[in-house]
Every structure is written in C-alpha cells, then in structure tokens.
Design a protein around this ligand. Sequence first.
Ligand SMILES: [Zn+2]
Length: 162
Amino acid sequence: MPLTEKQILEWLDEVKDPEIPVLSLVDLGVITGISIPDSTTVSIEMTPTFVGCPALDMMKNDVIAVLKKKGVQQVNVEISFKKSWTSDKISEKGRKALKQFGLAPPPAGKVLLEDLDILEHVPCPRCNGTNTQLKNPFGPTLCRSIHYCNDCHEAFEQFKPV
Ligand SMILES: [Zn+2]
C-alpha cells in the first residue's frame, strides 16, 4: 500500500508529548510538514514548541521509532525554526485532552501576552470558573504556568499561550 500523508498523520497520532501523555504531537501542532519523496522514505518537519524544550530529542526519536515500527524504511526528521509554533496550533481535540488531563488549555486564537487579564484569570479546568489567580509564570516545565482556583481551592497548571 503506498504511503499517504493521511496515513502518516494517523500513525503519528500515536506519538504523545513526553510530558503530557494524553496529547499527541499531531494535536500539539508540532508536525508542520510531511513529505514522501519515494515509496520507502518519509520526511517529517517538526517545529518545536519552545526553543530548547528538553523533550525535543525524545519526540524526534519517538517519531522515528513509530514510523519504523509501521514499516517505513527511511525516516528523516528535520527540526525547523522557519515557522514559529504558537499555542493556537493546538487542535480542538488537543485542547479537550489537555483539559481532561487537568491542564488548562491555552486560549484559542491569538493572544496578546500583554493581556494580563487572560493570563491571570485562566479558566479552571475543574470548574471552568475564572475566579483564579496566577501563582507562578514558570511551572515545572517551561511550557506551563501555575494558577490557583479560588473556588476549588486547588492549584492547577496551564499550558502557556505563546
Ligand atoms: Zn475551580
């Protein structure tokens, strides 16, 4: 069966973000190019979410491993900085997955980082309330910030908008 871009995307859906096991790289929006130069070769372009994200090498190796497992003989992964990743590249399915994981998804669409109101009143993934406050803009990883919900009296993390 000839390889198609659609098939490759389906296979890549198995590759999850190492830090967020419910979110695939496809839903995260980091797979920015797929080409199939010949019947045994697949070239993938990945745009990293955050420059220097330590998970990048792991993601790259996972992409190669999954495609090889599916029978692709030659897999090339190119890390590209031509386009910059923005959090609105996260798919609708990805946003839902983040929320179920207990991580507030970044707001959809373009966000002005100056818009502190959005950052300070991130909807709580448990109760959807916006009676929340920003506790720490730097969570356990570069990609997350820590918030506190005044209604649930619990802290939660947000996948930061960029
Ligand atoms: Zn809450």
